[in-house]
Ligand binder design. Sequence first.
Ligand code: FES
Length: 290
Amino acid sequence: MTQMLHHLPVDAYTSQDWFDREQRIIFSNTWRYAGFMEDISEPGQYLSVQAGLNNIFIVMGRDRRLRAFHNICRHRGTQLIRAVGKTQKALTCPYHDWTYDLEGNLISVPDEEREFQNIDKSCLGLNAASVDVWKSMLFVHPDPNAGSIMDWFGEVDARVGPHEPETLPEYEDASNTYEIKANWKIVVENYIDVYHLSHLHSGTLQMYDHSKAEYGFIGPHYLFWEPPVAEYEKDQDSKLAAPRVIPKDQNGAWVPMLFPGIGIGAAEDGWNVYIVEPIAPDLTRVINRS
Ligand code: FES
């Protein structure tokens, strides 16, 4: 494939205005990685993430169903919960103690008779968002009618490797989160830059045959695959850093970048996610889990 040159103005990488528009138009209107299924494994467990301009949380209900809600109390808009945790049976707002059950219904209002006349609690449940699971990864969408995540990833689902990440153990030592002092698009552009593999990574990724790489866009998603070189494939299992997780006849490295910042690095011995999260025009957080 020949190189294409794309020209975005410098502002796209530096200005607060571009960043704000991206947050509003892109990140507030797409699926957002939130974690793995194992992060919420029992009723009452929850986690929250920032999805563009929306703070969304996922909670497991008493029926063990996952639900997502906007993290805003229906009284005066206080953030209801913080980060990650496990509650008992209900979610209580820290401001005036309005309390919601795990299914998002408002169940208790302190001093209800005295402070509020004729309040209809059934109309004041938490505002729903969407939650879905793809390859054991949890995703949220601010729109409660976002539909299935397969509408988003369906076309690429069969082309990101034969891996079954839900069956693989997580190596906590190999997982980390760090910040890069650069705009998020620079991080994504580096991830999909095939040209540099033979040069910058000549001493680290030489086990794959970059000349046979297959790559390109499907809609907004970027797919990448390349085979191992013959020398590496010979007696390969003894060279892997972890036990083999895919059949030998499907050897190769799948390294797609799914829109807008969901990188996957999958090969013979593992499955890694590389989540690109914009923090500011010149600051990006990367979440790595293997
Ligand atoms: S803002 Fe939540 S109870 Fe008042």
